[in-house]
Design a binder for this molecule. Structure first.
Ligand SMILES: Cc1cc2nc3c(=O)[nH]c(=O)nc-3n(C[C@H](O)[C@H](O)[C@H](O)COP(=O)(O)O)c2cc1C
Length: 279
């Protein structure tokens, strides 16, 4: 197994799974990962389940996924007590750390925030109306790609990412940094750059200043008015934070998360999220 950065660069969403049950040690290992480390930077209570979709379908309880992702047998489903931005960030952060561990078990995953029937999942899992499922994550052995999947990947240009110096800055948003100028933060930032995001929108921007990395979310046009889209971009921010933290730990740039808005004079399309304070 290569470095964490290599693993993250090689990860791709799986949209065609082998529709087979997960058994034995593999199933045990997945359960262990699912039930461990379920606290995010904002400490939102999140309950996370690992389900076999077939069990529910056998009982005539539908769990629709609109056919975009094929062969879904097992899924990770997390539930928030209520819908909130901080809850969505914690959700992305917690689950992406699990996804990285699943890849190490040679399992494929796909974040699904749009292409599943929320009300059917809630009903099948007996979840009360006030609670919210931000996204589901099918998990399993990867099957070779279907034609539909190939078309979808090229539509969202899933293999590409924005250039380093359009995402990361020093002191303000007018001074981009290159991978060489990032020095020992190259690995954590490159891990953010390769994170998955809804429609590959890559909303994260990071400004390095003093002893902090300040995280901002770029509100994406023209879907800015879409509440669901903004919510899902909050999951993206949590995913990016988890990659950054794992990268910082790799290069021994330890720190912690704090909300301390530096109050930069920025275009309102950039929303402050949180800062990583280096020790
Ligand atoms: C929060 C979130 C929600 C997503 N929702 C969907 C979805 O509903 N359906 C889907 O096919 N892919 C979905 N994706 C996968 C993205 O399209 C994919 O991560 C992105 O295009 C980059 O491709 P990659 O994961 O292969 O690197 C979602 C990703 C994220 C992070």
């Amino acid at each position: 197994m290569g470095s964490l950065l290599e693993l993250i660069k090689q990860r791709r969403s799986t949209r065609t799974f082998e529709n087979t049950p997960m058994l034995g040690k593999l199933c045990h290992d997945v359960h262990q990962i699912v039930h461990k480390d379920n606290i995010g930077p904002f400490k939102t209570p999140i309950s996370i389940k690992f389900i076999d979709r077939q069990e529910y379908i056998k009982q005539n309880r539908n769990m629709g996924t609109y056919g975009l992702v094929k062969g879904i047998r097992n899924c990770i489903v997390g539930i928030l007590d209520e819908r909130s931005s901080k809850g969505m960030i914690d959700y992305g952060y917690i689950i992406q750390k699990k996804i990285i561990q699943f890849i190490q078990l040679d399992l494929g995953t796909c974040w699904m925030g749009g292409s599943f029937n929320r009300s059917e999942f809630k009903e099948a899992l007996n979840i009360s109306d006030s609670k919210f499922i931000p996204a589901i994550i099918p998990i399993g052995k990867t099957h070779s790609k279907s034609l539909l999947e190939r078309a979808l990947c090229s539509l969202v240009r899933s293999k590409t990412r924005k250039p380093f110096d359009s995402l990361f800055f020093k002191n303000n948003m007018d001074t981009p940094i290159t991978d060489i100028q990032a020095h020992d933060l190259y690995i954590p930032l490159e891990m953010v750059r390769w994170a998955p995001s809804v429609d590959n929108s890559q909303p994260w921007r990071i400004i390095l200043k003093d002893n902090c990395a300040h995280f901002f979310m770029k509100k994406i046009q023209p879907l800015e008015s879409s509440i669901v889209h903004i919510d899902l971009n909050m999951i993206d921010m949590g995913i990016a934070m988890s990659h950054f933290e794992m990268g910082c730990n790799e290069v021994h740039r330890f720190g912690n998360w704090k909300e301390q808005d530096p109050n930069f004079d920025l275009d309102p399309k950039y929303k402050y999220i949180i800062s990583w304070n280096f020790f």
